[in-house]
Design a protein around this ligand. Structure first.
Ligand code: UTP
Length: 589
């Protein structure tokens, strides 16, 4: 095909570079003439043309194989999607290989002990490029406080765990943060303002995910938003695999002795309650890929993890979206579909996207796939012939789909934990969260996440034998909350359940009280009365022992006070409080 003259004219006039020219030619060869249709003559809107080509170059650089590979992959996947069947149609589902630690017990203790050692050779990978549209918070989600007793952000909490574990294990545990166009600047600013939260220089790696071009039709024509503006969309959290590969980070970790990667999300304050035991299970069972999962009620709108088999192919253990799982079960092993077992739960545990991946097989998969993992496309068709879209689609990739690329008999398993112990995310704004509660769904609001953060603290106290009497449940902005005791056990105080047991003996806590333990503190036979607060922080390098004491409301108190309608509507009240509907007022004595 001859190169159109307008391109050679623009090249000759020095408006586009020879690299731009080559890319444009390659795109035209892929039937992408719409990108350059009705271009103005040289001299008109040249800056916009340059910016447009710059965007195309960025997309070309960030996608393995470039835009041509993206378009060809899109064409293939769109053709497959046009048939509209269940993507798992020829598979038979069975229960995955799993370890159930939801009731704690000796197996839990053993796994946690093994996991703590294993953490010394683990890198934490935090995917934080999401837009957070459901929450609608006007900042990065990592800045949102997981609790407002002392106001600790998610990032401060995660890094506190990494700091405490690094100190304890004598090894700087690396942290990777995946950002996106929406979150990159905010994440960097937060790290700078907080001096990397005390992590060493070089301990944090930021990998920024790029958007991908939207597709306007079944032939994978790239969509133009308006003249000289490419329509771009997020590619999904599976980009983390591409970036760990293309940046050389995964390889660098392997060279430095890292054996596992722990993938976590931006707003789940519970993750490190379960992560060590999950790491331990990976070690004990030799799992190459281990999903931290929860018991799932049949039909619940959460993907179920299943082992899928078909003749002549290796088994796959994968997250199957609930709208595919039930029909697949009906067509294969159970005409009743996804039903409850005697324990009330589905045989297929719920995926919460917390993953422990062994680095060695991971590197192999990255190498062979170029880092592009199990892309898919989900166009919403507007016509019965399934050729036209309601709105532009794009290729997507999900980090939990990694096992789709396993071809060498990698061992995939699942570790089930008590739900609130391992997962309580802050995803929804208050109005939507209340609507979910009204239909028996999880709130997943800032308030329910904070509520569960304290609940995990109470679970740890109980495990150590302390008596815990909860305050009666209240409903605030339509979300049920247990207003106390509000218990925060900092990572510097305890990383494991065994640590909590070693530091706390006897005592009791009740009602709307507060307990914060930070650093090398021990409590022996301490009673904290309803409404009272004990905030015990050991000085750096020092210890603090509290023994045979009763703390009453006459001293420090932290009161949870709902925001008034005026406060909820006022921009003077921090948004992180308005997304939960209350604040906690401290009076220290
Ligand atoms: P979520 O779907 O929970 O978060 O993603 P979201 O995309 O921010 O939320 P909504 O759907 O817009 O309301 C799970 C995790 O994956 C990350 C998110 O930041 C979160 O930690 N994520 C998601 C990415 O890093 N990149 C993406 O492209 C999408």
């Amino acid at each position: 095909m001859p190169t159109p003259s307008f391109l050679t004219d623009h090249l000759a006039a020095g408006i586009i570079s020879s690299e731009d020219f080559q890319l444009a030619e390659a795109l035209l060869a892929e039937d992408q003439g719409q990108l350059f249709a009705d271009w103005d003559s040289p001299g008109t809107r040249d800056d916009e043309k340059r910016a447009f080509l710059q965007t195309l170059q960025n997309c070309n650089r960030s996608y393995p194989g470039g835009l041509v590979a993206y378009i060809r992959n899109a064409r293939r996947l769109l053709a497959e999607s046009a048939t509209g069947g269940n993507p798992f149609a020829d598979y038979t589902p069975a229960e995955p290989d799993l370890v159930d630690l939801s009731n704690f017990g000796p197996a839990y203790e053993e796994a946690e002990g093994v996991g703590l050692k294993s953490l010394a050779a683990t890198a934490i990978v935090l995917v934080a490029g999401g837009l957070g549209e459901r929450l609608g918070y006007h900042g990065i989600k990592l800045d949102i406080p997981v609790e407002v007793t002392e106001t600790t952000s998610y990032l401060a909490h995660y890094t506190a765990v990494i700091r405490a574990a690094s100190k304890r294990l004598g090894r700087e545990i690396p942290l990777v943060i995946m950002t996106s166009r929406e979150t990159n600047a905010g994440t960097i600013a937060t790290l700078e303002a907080n001096k990397n939260f005390g992590l060493a220089p070089g301990q944090i790696t930021i990998l920024n995910q790029e958007l991908v071009p939207a597709l306007s039709d079944i032939d994978a024509h790239l969509s133009i938003e308006k003249k000289y503006n490419l329509n771009l969309k997020p590619h999904g959290h599976g980009d983390i695999h591409t970036l760990l590969h293309t940046s050389g980070t995964a390889k660098k970790f392997a060279a430095s002795g890292i054996r596992h990667l722990l993938f976590i999300q931006d707003t789940n304050g519970q993750v490190f309650n379960a992560a060590l035991a999950a790491l331990g299970v990976s070690e004990i069972r030799g799992y190459d890929f281990n999903s931290i999962a929860v018991n799932r009620i049949p039909g619940e709108a959460v993907g179920g993890i299943a082992r899928l088999s078909k003749p002549g192919a290796p088994d796959l253990t994968l997250n199957v979206e609930y709208n595919y799982l039930d029909p697949l079960l009906r067509e294969t092993v159970n005409p009743a579909g996804d039903v409850a077992e005697p324990n009330g739960f589905s045989r297929f545990p719920g995926n919460i996207n917390l993953l422990v991946v062994r680095l060695e097989p991971y590197l192999r998969v990255l190498e062979s796939s170029g880092g592009v993992i199990a892309e898919f496309v989900n166009p919403k068709f507007s016509d019965a012939s399934r050729t036209k879209f309601k709105k532009p689609a794009r290729l997507e990739t999900l980090m939990q789909d990694l096992p789709k690329s396993f071809v060498s008999g990698e061992k995939v398993g699942v570790t089930i934990f008590d739900r609130v112990w391992c997962f309580s995310a802050c995803k929804n704004n208050l109005v939507d969260a209340a609507a979910k509660v009204a239909t028996n769904g999880p709130a997943e609001s800032a308030s329910s996440a904070e509520n569960d953060f304290y609940l995990a603290g109470r679970m740890k106290l109980r495990a150590a034998g302390m008596e815990v009497i909860e305050a009666p449940q209240k409903t605030l902005s339509g979300i049920p909350l247990v207003p106390g005791p509000r218990v925060i056990l900092r990572p510097s105080f305890a990383l494991t359940l065994a640590d909590v047991r070693a530091r706390i003996s006897g005592g009791s806590i009740s009602g709307e009280s507060t307990l914060v333990l930070d650093g090398d503190v021990t409590l022996e036979n301490v009673t904290i009365a309803d409404g009272a607060s004990l905030v015990a922080k050991a000085p750096e390098g020092g210890t603090l022992e509290i023994k045979d004491r009763t703390v009453t409301r006459r001293g420090a108190v932290h009161d949870l006070v709902p925001l008034t309608d005026a406060e909820m509507a006022s921009s003077d009240v921090p948004e992180y409080l308005r997304i939960r509907g209350y604040h906690i007022v401290a009076r220290e004595a």
